[in-house]
Each structure stands twice: as structure tokens, then as C-alpha cells.
Design a binder for this molecule. Structure first.
Ligand code: NAD
Length: 243
């Protein structure tokens, strides 16, 4: 069985949703977790948890990324969870939406990887887990253009890092969830007007017949952190959406 005892883990977007569930799941394995987010208020109570320390980190800022990694690193495991969902088609999409989506969903991962990877290489190993989505190169999803473009890029980044550093003991995998219950999912459902109809439509996408839970995704993140024979892969965890 997988042990992450005393491994040092950096988690981005850990204040809520999948990032929060993952910080808690890593901590339960005995790993030492630095849980980060821009929402310091929502992050605060995590610092009372065993094996978790919290830090403000805006992953849009290269200076903040470098500062947090130099002050709290080195890390054995990096979970890049931060991301934002824009709605809209290619015709709806503003250039500024696409630019923001690239900055937060892709470039932020480049920033954290650049900050953490040299330490991993120096110490002979590490695991990087990047949050993608089935709405990416895996599956075309209407109304998710900026999101899908950038989540597909996450898979490209994942494979590039995996191929480049495999001989140095670094593994890099991507997680591709279907629809997962989270605070931002609630916001997306509420913004559609008819909440119950929107929720039913989102549930209907998964043949399993329900939404995923953050804990289910967190379990995959923990697995990939310790699964020593897999790298460069995009793992769908989607209630059967992509069957
Ligand atoms: P969420 O969207 O509810 O929360 C996102 C968190 O990111 C918040 O705590 C927010 O403060 C933080 N954040 C936003 N901007 C940030 C920044 N610049 N720096 C640091 N933190 C920042 O959580 P979720 O729905 O669990 O989504 C987490 C990840 O999972 C995202 O990358 C999302 O795209 C991905 N994902 C979610 C679903 C889903 O259905 N919920 C499906 C597939 C993929």
C-alpha cells in the first residue's frame, strides 16, 4: 500500500472543493501539507488540522509562487489544483477570458512547476499532479471553450514534464474529473437561472447517475502521488461520462 509518511506536499487552491479535500486526504496519509489559496478566510481553519500548514498564495504571481516555495519547500509532491471555469462558445469567448484562463489554468502550473522541480531533481524524485478535466482533449463539451482549450493544454504540459524528467525520478500525471460537487459548481448551477433543471442536466452527463465528490477526486490525487509506476497519463474520473 502507498505511504506518503513525511512527504512534503504543496497544494494550490486548497481553500475549498477538490483542493481542500486533497489537502486533508494528503494529511491523513501522514504527509506534511502546505495548503495554499488566495481565499485566506476559507483557508484559515485548515491550519488547525494535523499535518497541515496554510499560506496565502496567488498562483497568478510568479513572485508569490517563488516566495512560498523558498520559504516552505522543498516539496516531494505538487498538486496543481487551481483553475477557473469560463462559460461560453468560441464565439462568446472574449480574448480576455481566454487570456485569463491560460494564466490561471495553465501558466500558473508552469510557475509552480518551475519553482518546485529543481528541488525535486536535486533530491532525486518527486510527483506532480495537474488538475485537468474531461472537458479538454478528452471530450468536447459545449459552452466550455476557454476552459477546454486550457485544460487540454494542461495535458500537454503534463506529458512534456513527464517525458523530460522521467529519468530523474520525477512523475507527472493529470486528473480529469467529470462533474464534481464544489462551491464553484454551485455558483455555476445558480447562475443558470433554473437551479434544479441545471443540476439535473449536470447529473445526467454521468452514466453513474450522480455528481462526483471532492473526496473521490482527492483519493486519486493521493494515489497518483504515490503510484510509482505511472507517469505522463491523463486519468479520467468522471462517473462514466467518457465511456
Ligand atoms: P472551486 O472552483 O470551488 O474552488 C477553486 C479555488 O481556487 C477557490 O478556493 C479559489 O479561491 C481558488 N483560487 C482561485 N484563483 C486562485 C489563484 N489565483 N491563486 C490561488 N487560488 C485561487 O473548486 P473545484 O470546483 O473543486 O475546482 C478545483 C479544480 O478542479 C479546478 O482546476 C477545476 O477546473 C477542476 N475541476 C473541477 C470540476 C468540478 O466539476 N468541480 C471538474 C473538473 C475539473
Amino acid at each position: 500500500s502507498i505511504s506518503l509518511e513525511n512527504k512534503r506536499v504543496l497544494v494550490t487552491a486548497a481553500a475549498q472543493g477538490i483542493g481542500r479535500a486533497s489537502a486533508l486526504a494528503f494529511a491523513r496519509t501522514g504527509a506534511q501539507v502546505v495548503a495554499t489559496d488566495i481565499n485566506e478566510a476559507a483557508l484559515a481553519d485548515l491550519s488547525a488540522e494535523h499535518n497541515i500548514t496554510t499560506r496565502r498564495l496567488n498562483v497568478l504571481s510568479d513572485d508569490e509562487v517563488k516566495a512560498v516555495v523558498s520559504e516552505t519547500g522543498p516539496f516531494d509532491i505538487l498538486f496543481n489544483c487551481a483553475g477557473f471555469v469560463h462559460s461560453g462558445s468560441v464565439l462568446d469567448m472574449k480574448d480576455s477570458d481566454l487570456a485569463f484562463a491560460f494564466d490561471l489554468n495553465v501558466h500558473a502550473m508552469v510557475r509552480t512547476i518551475r519553482a518546485v522541480l529543481p528541488g525535486m531533481i536535486e533530491r532525486g524524485g518527486g510527483a506532480i499532479i495537474n488538475m485537468s478535466s474531461v472537458a479538454s482533449s478528452m471530450k468536447g463539451v459545449p459552452n466550455r471553450c476557454a476552459y477546454s482549450v486550457t485544460k487540454a493544454a494542461v495535458i500537454g504540459l503534463t506529458k512534456s514534464v513527464a517525458a523530460e524528467y522521467v529519468a530523474q525520478g520525477i512523475r507527472c500525471n493529470a486528473i480529469c474529473p467529470g462533474t464534481v460537487e464544489s462551491p464553484s459548481l454551485q455558483d455555476r448551477l445558480k447562475s443558470q437561472g433554473d437551479y434544479e433543471a441545471a443540476r439535473a442536466a449536470f447529473i445526467a452527463r454521468q452514466p453513474i447517475g450522480r455528481l462526483g465528490t471532492p473526496d473521490e477526486i482527492a483519493d486519486l490525487a493521493v494515489y497518483l502521488a504515490g503510484a510509482t509506476y505511472t507517469t505522463g497519463q491523463a486519468y479520467a474520473i468522471d462517473g462514466g461520462w467518457t465511456i
